[in-house]
Design a binder for this molecule. Structure first.
Ligand code: SF4
Ligand code: SF4
Length: 254
C-alpha cells in the first residue's frame, strides 16, 4: 500500500492506493487514477460552488456526451476488460454500439493533421486538439455508452468525463449560449496516466478516441498483457502527481 497526501486547493487530502499482486498490468492503474480524480474534482467543484459558481452538470444532462473523449492507454485496456465482464446481452450491445460509432469515425473525412498518422493513436498540440474536437463535434456522434440520456458506465466512465464540469448554463454545451466556463482541476489524471505509460513503454504520449478503444485494445493485446512491479509503478504514479499537480502539493510516501 502506498499512502500520500495532496494539498489540493487549500485542503490536505489523504490517499492510499493498493494492489494485491506484486506485478500489475497497465489496466490495473486505472482505479487509482479514478480515486484521485474523483476526490480532486469534487474539491475543485466544491470551491467553485463556495465562490458563487453554478454547476449545471446533473444526471440526464448529456449534451457533452457528443464531445471527443480521449482515453489514456490504461483506460482503453480497462474499458476492454470491463465491457468483457458485462452480462452477455449488455456487453454485446456495447460492442455493437462501439463498432457502429467507430465505423462513422473511420468513414468520415478527417482533418489534415491526421495525414500519415494513425487515427487511433494521435498526439496533437493544443491547437490541433481544438481542430480535432471541432471535427469530432461536427460528426454529431453521441458516445456509444450513452443510453437514453444516461451514462451506462457511470462508475467506470473515463477520467475526462469524471473531471468535466461546467460553471454556468448547460445551454452552452449545446452551443446555444456562451454563459459557461469549464471548472479547472488541479491535475488531469488522464495526462498523468498518459505520461506514466509513455515512460514505461518508451513511447510518445498516446490518446485513443473512446469509440475506437475496444478495437484498439484488441489490436494491442500484447501491450495489455505486459506486467510491471506494482511498487515501482505506484511510486512513479505519486511522483508524477507531484510534478503535475498545480497549486501546492505535498507527497508523503510510506
Ligand atoms: S458539461 Fe454541460 S452537458 Fe455535460 S453534464 Fe455538464 S452542463 Fe450538462
Ligand atoms: S462515458 Fe458516459 S459520461 Fe462519458 S461521454 Fe460516454 S456516456 Fe457520456
Amino acid at each position: 500500500m502506498v499512502q500520500f497526501g495532496l494539498d489540493v486547493l487549500g485542503e490536505q487530502m489523504q490517499f492510499s492506493i493498493s494492489a494485491e499482486q506484486e506485478q500489475m498490468k497497465l489496466a490495473d492503474i486505472v482505479p487509482w487514477a479514478r480515486t484521485v480524480c474523483d476526490s480532486v474534482t469534487a474539491r475543485a467543484v466544491h470551491i467553485r460552488r463556495r465562490n458563487g459558481g453554478h454547476i449545471a452538470c446533473k444526471k440526464g444532462c448529456s449534451s457533452c456526451c457528443c464531445y471527443l473523449v480521449p482515453l489514456s492507454v490504461p483506460e482503453a485496456f480497462r474499458l476492454r476488460r470491463e465491457v468483457g465482464a458485462m452480462p452477455a446481452s449488455e456487453g454485446q450491445r456495447a460492442e455493437q454500439s462501439c463498432l457502429l460509432a467507430a465505423r462513422r469515425i473511420l468513414e468520415s473525412p478527417i482533418p489534415d493533421l491526421f495525414t500519415g498518422e494513425s487515427l487511433q493513436e494521435f498526439l496533437p498540440s493544443n491547437e490541433e486538439i481544438d481542430t480535432v474536437s471541432e471535427w469530432y463535434r461536427s460528426l454529431e456522434l453521441y458516445c456509444p455508452f450513452l443510453d437514453g440520456g444516461i451514462c451506462s458506465i457511470y462508475g467506470q466512465r473515463p477520467l475526462c468525463c469524471r473531471e468535466y464540469f461546467i460553471d454556468g448554463s448547460a445551454a452552452a454545451c449545446k452551443g446555444e449560449s456562451e454563459d459557461a466556463a469549464k471548472v479547472e482541476v488541479p491535475v488531469r489524471m488522464s495526462e498523468v496516466l498518459a505520461r506514466l505509460v509513455a515512460e514505461l513503454q518508451g513511447r510518445n504520449v498516446e490518446a485513443i478516441m473512446m469509440p475506437l478503444a475496444l478495437i484498439w485494445a484488441d489490436e494491442n493485446q500484447v501491450r495489455d498483457h505486459k506486467t510491471w512491479s506494482t511498487l515501482k509503478i505506484a511510486e512513479r504514479f505519486v511522483e508524477l502527481l507531484e510534478e503535475m499537480v498545480e497549486d501546492s502539493f505535498v507527497a508523503v510516501v510510506s
